[in-house]
Design a protein around this ligand. Sequence first.
Ligand code: SDX
Length: 392
Amino acid sequence: NTGMFTYDPGFTSTASCDSALTFIDGEEGVLLHRGYPIGQLAEHSSFMEVSHLLLNGELPTREELDDFTYTITRHTMLHDQLRGFYQGFRRDAHPMAIMCGVVGALSAFYHDSTDISDPEHRKISSHRLIAKMPTIAAMAFKYSSGQPFLYPDNTLSYTGNFLRMTFGVPAEDYVVHPVIERALDRIFILHADHEQNASTSTVRLAGSSGANPFACIAAGIACLWGPAHGGANEAALNMLHEIGHPDRIPEYLARAKDKDDPFRLMGFGHRVYKNYDPRATVMQKTVREVFEALQVSDPVFDVALQLEEMALNDDYFIEKKLFPNVDFYSGVILSAIGFPTTMFTALFALARTVGWVAQWNEMISDPAQRIGRPRQLYTGPTKRDYVPVSER
Ligand code: SDX
């Protein structure tokens, strides 16, 4: 149901929908997927298991998980003509530009799964989208680096397959590092779904018109790209590099408070969380695990830790209820794993696809669902008569 309502923070928003997928309590810093706390899922589950949970409502049995993983694995290949689609991009195209284009183009290849009135079509297109995003993202990375594409290796896990397609080369075997695989799989879990955020709302609005699922997910990718949303992980790491040293943190904190300065602390603040983003907690812990396993350190992580410490003890950020969000630490880990900053939001889109697809399915299968049509508060001129140009 949609409508206009005003609530506590004093701003109006369109009510969006009923949903059983994800619950967020912004004041308490709570995030549940089908009732399961994100911290427990990140600690004990896998991205394939969480994907099944979001799509089907329950954690799978071992047999259900094997069946689901097998089905997703069987859809990881791209139609070979789509390889040609990449050739149309400049080598320096942003991976998100490529993903917008290629995912939208899937509509032209999979006519056997675009009839949204057919539950089987919806199921196949959902599985195709989840399965092909790692292949599409990895190919975007390879294309930008001038390396050859690698086909999926279905003997690997979902996340291991993505790592090999991204960092492997035909000239030698690629061994998936278990700590990196587990860390990245956990990062995918943390990004899987997040209630009615901007990109998910975009997918739902596009889907409410009856557009095919590939086009709807392409719309979600476009929205996620913005630095206020999914683009924040790339912007946050760039910010940390720009700060460069803990001694410069006060200068940037001052800029973040200056209303005349457009600078914002990237990776800080949230539309809903007015307490700590529970995903940021897991993310910070994962940074430590990856650094320890890889025996690496990065001065940027020290800058991030000290920036967080200083901001959390700063009256302005306390009063404005600004805490680190999911994007604050993710870039530090992804950079340590070897991804360039331009791939960070593409990874966010890869992981969020299951949430977008699950939300789209929930909306499309609701018999009461109608086309979304947000209204406005009109602030333009009142009615007036036309004036010929000779009299203006
Ligand atoms: C994601 O919706 C989701 O769920 C999104 C997401 C998901 O999983 O889908 O969680 C992913 O998008 C996380 C957010 C990533 N974006 C960033 O990290 C970019 C930096 N953050 C800001 O741009 C900002 O915090 C927003 C866009 C996230 C939220 O902006 P709001 O709604 O304006 O935040 P607010 O109402 O809480 O702001 C309160 C005050 C405002 O000042 P006043 O108008 O009261 O004077 O705090 C200021 C804001 O200007 N403020 C900041 C700030 N964020 C808000 N000041 C400095 N630095 C910041 N980061």
